[in-house]
Design a protein around this ligand. Structure first.
Ligand SMILES: [Zn+2]
Length: 473
């Protein structure tokens, strides 16, 4: 698989540190509000990357954090008169609901900043010991940016440019603090508490961590000093990811991540999304109008590094496209029910082989820096192939094989193409009784049919000495 690496600015063959394993860290949201659709893009694309790598046989360790201590959280807490943990816990729960709707798998670990404070204090202490950080007189700890000679290697910015940018317009690195900071480029690792803010004890002062240090610590703790892939939105390249590299590589003395993946911006009607322009949408807003699967499908309709434009018209067209695929699956399922119980004809076998070649092309598209746009085109071609070759009267086996092919590719994209009908307990009991009767009547064909029917609805039967037991799978 080839991945565009922001660090080297090239497409590179993906070679994992450990064979068949991927260690991956994706920066997660700051939880002070419902997540917006811009937050959803990295969640969806990197979840798709994870699903694809899993499908190709890799074991993926996927860590994504929740930043649960931050100025915005504290502000929201003060406005509501509640604790900041109440705000962060509420929005972590809401974020998880949205993720479920978007069919984003839970990470292997979802660390929270407030639960990793000792690790952050440890890393900051190491940086101080090594001369990469220092505590000012008020207890603020700064990173000595200039001392890290590789600073700027991810974003392509050099120290001199940063410095002149600083003087002219006030740079992103600039933070208010005490003025015994040695250099304007130094960024904060730890800051003293203010009235009404949550704080932790530290060797320097009662206070809280700066934003960047949590990701360095969590990545190290859960995945190791050097990981395969670090990912996030392109807005994080500078200063967040640049600072993470400075912290981790100075503290660990090893490369931080081999590949850096960044998704492009999401615009709304060709404009930047912002509350002031009134074009700000949360995932929850979208869920009122669309199945969130449509939003997922829409986000994957572009390659992840391209900017993506969101508009009503484009969402409508995503909806129509997504439904076209779902309809094909449901037609195949109907044909499967009514189709001929005969072996596949030669023609069907040939058509199925043709369908297999779509799978190869799908893999090629995904191997090419996760080109989900091309992968979706291949799914559409497969759908077209299914619609023209699987007709009333074709063999059940053929319809079933095609349905499985589409579902497999849909699953790699995290798209739910089939909704399992809700089966009521009483229906299950009735079918089990009917099956028992069929067995008594030695009508084993009917008994097996019922077993299969239940299985297709996600109900597994087990014949035990105490009778038939069933469970949902
Ligand atoms: Zn991060």
């Amino acid at each position: 698989m080839k991945i565009y690496n922001t660090l080297t600015k090239r497409l590179e063959e993906f070679v994992p540190i450990e064979e068949n394993k991927v260690t991956m860290y994706v920066c997660g949201p700051t939880v002070y509000n419902l997540i917006h659709i811009g937050n959803a893009r990295p969640m969806i694309v990197f979840d798709t990357f994870r699903r694809y790598m899993t499908y190709r046989g890799y074991e993926v360790d996927y860590v994504s954090n929740f930043t649960d201590v931050d100025d915005k959280i504290i502000k929201a807490a003060n406005e509501e008169g509640v604790s900041s943990s109440e705000i962060s816990e509420r929005y972590i729960a809401e974020c998880k609901k949205d993720m479920e709707g978007l069919n984003v798998m839970p990470a292997t670990v979802h660390p929270k900043a407030t639960e990793e404070i000792p690790e952050m204090i440890d890393m900051i202490s190491t940086l101080i010991d090594q001369g990469y950080a220092y505590a000012a007189s008020d207890g603020t700890v700064y990173y000595r940016t200039r001392k890290f000679s590789d600073y700027g290697k991810l974003s392509g910015k050099n120290i001199d440019e940063l410095e002149s940018g600083h003087r002219s317009e006030g740079h992103a690195l600039k933070v208010s603090g005490t003025e015994d900071r040695e250099d304007d480029l130094d960024f904060v690792l730890w800051k003293p508490k203010k009235e009404g803010e949550p704080y932790w004890k530290s060797p320097w002062c009662d206070g809280r961590p700066g934003w960047h240090i949590e990701c360095s610590c969590m990545s190290k703790k859960y995945l190791g000093d050097t990981i395969d892939i670090h990912a996030g939105g392109e807005d994080l390249i500078f200063p967040h990811h640049e600072n993470e590299i400075a912290q981790s590589e100075a503290a660990n003395g090893k490369p931080f991540a081999h590949y850096w993946m960044h998704n492009g911006f999401l615009n709304i009607d060709n404009q930047k999304m912002s509350k002031s322009l009134g074009n700000f949408f949360t995932v929850r807003d979208i869920s009122e109008k669309y199945d969130l699967q449509v939003l997922r499908f829409f986000m994957l309709s572009a390659q992840y590094r391209s900017p993506l434009n969101f508009s009503d018209a484009l969402m409508e067209s995503a909806k129509a496209g997504f439904e076209r695929i779902k309809n094909a699956v449901s037609n195949l399922s109907d044909i499967e029910k009514s189709g001929a119980d005969t072996p596949m004809t030669d023609e069907e076998k040939k058509n199925l082989e043709a369908a297999d070649s779509f799978k190869e092309r799908f893999n090629e598209a995904m191997d090419s820096d996760l080109n989900t746009a091309d992968a979706i085109s291949v799914i559409f071609e497969l759908v077209k192939h299914a619609n023209t070759t699987a007709k009333e009267g074709c063999s059940k086996e053929y319809a079933a094989a095609l349905r499985k092919e589409i579902l497999t590719l849909g699953d790699v994209m995290g798209l739910i193409l089939e909704t399992k009908a809700e089966v009521l307990d009483e229906d299950i009991e009735r079918l089990i009784e009917e099956r028992q009767q069929a067995r008594k009547d030695k009508n084993f064909a009917r008994a097996d049919e019922i077993r299969d029917e239940l299985l297709s609805k996600g109900i597994q039967l087990k014949d035990t000495r105490e009778g038939v037991k069933w469970s949902r799978i």
